[in-house]
Design a protein around this ligand. Structure first.
Ligand code: 5GP
Ligand code: ZN
Length: 109
């Protein structure tokens, strides 16, 4: 989608600090990290929010790759938190589905 910030990060027209990419997803460091490690994982297809997902297989793929990135790429052996903000009431600011991976310190709930 041409006016979407995260689509532009995927196509490289906006630079990012990439940590992982494959045919389905793209992962990069959050520009305003809320923890020592704060990475965003996004599907390559434009879906505005979690509530817009129609294919449950997409969520299975996304979450298994989040787990792979957290464990094998970011090496968050002590653990990590995942967050998905949904719509304005959930704190979503960028309307391209994304999973936050937070780690690198003990996180209070
Ligand atoms: P949301 O609030 O929508 O769940 O999260 C959006 C996240 O995107 C925020 O944590 C914000 O810091 C991050 N973000 C916004 N603009 C950019 C950007 O241009 N580059 C990167 N790497 N992260 C961004
Ligand atoms: Zn997009």
């Amino acid at each position: 989608m041409s006016d979407c910030l995260f689509c532009k990060i995927i196509d490289g027209s906006i630079p990012s600090d990439k940590v992982y990419e494959d045919d389905d997803i793209f992962a990069f460091h959050d520009i305003h990290p809320k923890a020592p490690t704060h990475v965003l994982v996004i599907p390559k297809i434009h879906i505005p929010t979690l509530a817009d997902v129609e294919n449950p297989d997409l969520l299975g793929t996304l979450m298994s790759k989040v787990n792979h990135i957290a464990n094998d790429v970011l090496k968050l052996e002590a653990g990590y938190r995942i967050v998905i903000n949904v719509r304005e009431g959930g704190g979503q600011e960028v309307f391209h589905l994304h999973v936050h991976i937070l780690g690198g310190k003990k996180l209070p709930f």
